[in-house]
Design a protein around this ligand. Structure first.
Ligand SMILES: *Cc1c(COP(=O)(O)O)cnc(C)c1O
Length: 412
């Protein structure tokens, strides 16, 4: 038993219950993943016991020599991983990374152009309920209603008309390849900065499984905890010319002391991502998404945009006459964790939705391959086609747990 269990059994019990949930279920939330034991150990280390406001070599507190070494390693490894000129590893989250770029390069009331939340974008890209929608004038592009993919001609038209200060690309629920070079070209044409938010696909971009934005767009922001498989956090990459302004925007612009235990774990994650096995892992994520997509399609389900190029699938449930909320709930009962999601041309609220987002990063981290994806896809289709069949949900739930338990989170 852990030391924690001897001092705080309530919290230790909660952690144990959550461990059981993770072990016995299938995590198909596209933004989630499982970190390595090494990342876990670094995150839970004594590196948390320190204030290190500032940057390596320029701290506001004494005793930072080892924290400087850890942050320098994190920065250097991230630069190597993406071929970036400059890296800031301090943002506490993906939203904070975006905030720093906006804060550093856009004045209040200036125009931010981004993808609509309901068609794949993110809250931090200008939603009215986010500070981004209240501090800036927001104009948005969506996907083409027919192809359900980005129409770069339309993006260019909007940019010409609205003259944004920053053009944002990158998404949370877009199953197709994003042409970062096209976005930068559009931004250049209207004298805007281009920011690619690769939060979801960072691991794919780092390994060339998806074309990278680093070295292509002015700024790249990311989370470190999605396909990159690191600790929960954010990072920013840009060329050296913009580096100083980015660093100032992060600290002291919008954060105080960095989470040094997290930065230490980011360094571990970036080293893992530099290994050839991480490229194999990234390729497998996409192969797994394709296998799952084919199975779902064969079972008669409609995939938004007709398929996937990356780690996620967006299902349109309209023809089944069920909502995203119902689908999420019933699959949850069978220990398959997914999330409801709006789809292009959505007519339901974000709390109900007509779609379902399914992602393969976490199950791929557990070592599952195409055969397991086909099995999971068949289970999902069976349940969605018959959501009030409780016996079926129970039967599938037992099979899910049996399969999941043969793929331990930490086999070592
Ligand atoms: C997940 C995500 C973020 C935000 O990350 P947080 O760490 O939750 O703030 C930002 N942008 C995109 C596109 C995302 O998918």
């Amino acid at each position: 038993m852990s030391y924690l269990a001897t001092t705080d059994h309530e919290i230790a019990d909660i952690i144990e219950k959550e461990r059981q949930r993770q072990v016995t279920g299938l995590e198909l939330i596209a933004s989630e993943n499982l970190v390595s034991r090494a990342v876990l150990e670094a995150m839970g280390s004594i590196m948390t016991n320190k204030y290190a406001e500032g940057y390596p070599g320029k701290r506001y507190y004494g005793g930072c020599e080892f924290h400087d070494m850890a942050e320098n390693l994190a920065r250097d490894r991230l630069k190597e991983l993406f071929g970036a000129g400059h890296a800031n590893v301090q943002p506490h989250s993906g939203t904070q990374a975006n905030m720093a770029v906006y804060f550093g390069f856009m004045k209040l009331g200036e125009t931010l152009m981004s993808m609509k939340l309901t068609q794949g974008g993110h809250l931090s890209h200008g939603s009215p309920v986010s500070f981004t929608g209240q501090f800036y004038r927001v104009v948005q592009y969506g996907v083409d209603p027919e192809s359900e993919t980005i129409d770069y001609g339309v993006v260019e038209e909007i940019a010409r008309k609205e003259k944004p200060k920053i053009l944002v690309c990158g998404a949370s629920a877009y199953p197709r390849t994003i042409d970062f070079a096209a976005f930068q070209e559009i931004a250049d044409g209207v004298d805007a900065y281009c920011m690619a938010d690769i939060a979801h696909i960072a691991g794919l971009c780092a390994t060339g499984v998806h074309p990278t934005s680093v070295g292509v767009t002015d700024f790249t922001t990311t989370t470190t905890h999605k396909t990159l498989r690191g600790p929960r956090g954010g990072a920013i990459m840009c060329d050296e010319d913009h580096g100083q302004a980015i660093d100032k925007a992060v600290f002291p612009g919008m954060q105080g002391g960095p989470l040094m235990h997290t930065i230490t774990a980011k360094a571990v994650c970036f080293k893992e991502a530099l290994r050839p096995s991480f490229a194999d892992y990234s390729r497998q994520i996409v192969k797994n998404a394709r296998a799952m997509a084919e199975t779902l399609e064969e079972a008669g389900l409609r995939l938004v945009s007709g398929g996937t190029d990356n780690h996620l699938i967006l299902l349109d449930l309209t023809s089944l006459s069920i909502t995203g909320l119902e689908a999420e709930t019933v699959l949850g009962k069978a220990h398959i964790t997914v999330n409801k999601n709006t789809i292009p041309n959505e007519n339901r609220s974000p709390f109900v939705t007509s779609g379902l987002r399914i992602g393969t990063p976490a199950v791929t981290s557990r070592g599952m391959k195409e055969a397991e994806m086909r099995q999971i896809g068949r289970w999902i289709a069976m349940i969605l086609n018959d959501i009030s069949n409780e016996a079926l949900v129970r039967k599938v739930g037992a099979e899910v747990t049996a399969m999941a338990s043969t793929y331990p989170l930490y086999p070592e």
